[in-house]
Design a protein around this ligand. Sequence first.
Ligand code: GLN
Length: 481
Amino acid sequence: MRTAIEVVEGIKSGAISCEELLSKIYERIEKSELNCYITLNKENALETARDVDKIREDEGFERKKLLGVPIAIKDSISTKGIQTTCASKILTGYVPPYDATVIEALKQEGAIIIGKTNMDEFCMGTSTETSYYGATKNPHDLTRVPGGSSGGSAAAVSAGEAVIALGSDTGGSIRCPASFCGVVGLKTTYGFVSRYGLIAYANSLEQIGPIASTVTDTALLLEVISAKDERDSTQIKIKNNAPTNYCFSWRNGTKSESEEIKGMRIGVPKEFLEGASPAVKKSVWAAVHTFEDLGATYEEISMQNLKYALASYYLIAMSEASSNLARFDGLRYGLRTGKDEDWHTTFSRIRGEGFGEEVKRRIILGTYALSAGYYGKYYLKALKVRTLIKREFEDALKTHDILAMPTMPFVAFKLGERIKDPLYLYLADVNTVSINLAGVPSISVPCGFSNNLPIGLQLVGKHFEEDMILKAAYGYEQNVS
Ligand code: GLN
């Protein structure tokens, strides 16, 4: 499969026919057993591809950064005119009347939407098994999960069913499937990318972000989706923010990748490695030594509050979810079954039928955590722990440029292995959730295999220093591939 950068160059020079490229991808999807997509946008995409093949003579086409690049979009992101379900029965048939800001930006730059990818229902999960549309399978082993919740997006990129993809990450949902499927995934600093049009699960934690097969494609996609947006008041406006210069400065520089890494100070928090499998530990340490060979220094450090991260994350995420999901009542859009009775009966019936088991569990637990008498004991306490964790990251990143650790403590597990026991499943998020609590950026890059299953290296940076982790990931990728 070609990279986005190769596709853009090929289309601009005339070496690649966009229509042929799209047709090949759809052929692959139609034969696939992976179940990466919920909805395909085939007719529209092929029509746009034919237009792209024609506009080569048009003025301005040269400037389009993603001209003709086929992209998969997680089904939690609103796409005008294309069904958007969040993998839930309750949103079956819902067609948004507007595009998320990131989708507007992608279209502006010439990207073509292949379809909407499978995911855990309302992003709640780590394995893409809670989807109403059935589980997605891991392209490296069809008996295993692709990770989640953006499992369809990561599996599609890994299997050549998309060139690049968008995911969303509340507590690991981009990085976990990137790690399990052997691709690159980036969760940006909270406030870096507009969330306008992202269907909310836990809005103080989540960000839309890129999934790609290379670090350079990841940066290119980030550059496009980080466009400024007045409609998202939580998006932080960086001074002189031409995102292009901001994200891409490292790639356009004249320095070689090893020069970029020379002198970089890496912190390796030991708590992130404690529960990891021997194969994962070995690969992550090998990666740290590769950085050393490239001129970086590393130091083992300790982060005391990490042991509270899972509890704090799940309390906050479920509390926010219980409030966010109140809007799905079937009255204005989405599922509408049976005959209308009084409001309470109709509302309860539609929600009872429309939400899956995991979603219901979280709404109930979140409502409980926010209820009078328990608010201080659970929710408020979780927020205080969040502040401690955020400070701990900020401190560690005062003396280190980046932190390195495994994305996931193990490789992809078997379908059905963890889903039966929610707590056992939640434990899989031990290395990703603290990063969302702190709001810092983090990238997962492939760093080896165990029994033919990919392992992911996670690199974490200071707030708004996406360029630093991209630079490190790029240097690493160039040296190991
Ligand atoms: N597995 C975590 C959860 O279920 C994270 C999911 C996500 O990032 N959306 O909350």
